[in-house]
Design a protein. Sequence first.
Length: 199
Amino acid sequence: MHQVRLEAVRRKSGGRIHLTPRVPRGGPVTTLCGQTLGEGSFAATDSEADCANCIRRSRDQARISGAFFAQEEGSELLRLSLEQARTRKPDLRVLPHPAGERDKPVVWPAPKAPPETAPERVGELVTRGFKPSGEGVWRSPLGVIVRMRKQGKEWRFAEVVFEGEVIATRLEAGLRLRAGDVEVLPEDGGFEVRLRKKT
Ligand SMILES: [Zn+2]
């Protein structure tokens, strides 16, 4: 027989007395028979276990060490995460980062060039007439704000914001949106955003 000492645990509401490697002071406990008893719903007991499954499994050395391992690993992870929360530093012993992947700075694209040298198109936006107004944000002469979002390498239309007249029109291929001097049109499964052509 193994020499491991198991502890007996019982639901406060009664029922069978189960076995577990260690009855924790906080949190849930998992019994040898595989039940998880919620925090505060159980208490350690000195009585003999009477759960047939727990008793049977207590004779299985592999299962006992597995249960111990799971519990020890769980409490070790909890300890480490508490420690990390305190120090706000990752524990590199436990979570080694591949060399070179650590502290990699976030690379933001350079601010957009002034309009006169801006490319004709940035993804779904025809930039002619727009002024860049931050990362992926463009402003039309009438003050319509167009937000573009980068998806992979492509800038895609994300949002139009305008406090003024907005007209949405159903087209065969989707929806055309006119907001002030800006027009959003369906195009190839995506959109094209541009200044409205002067009429
Ligand atoms: Zn049991």
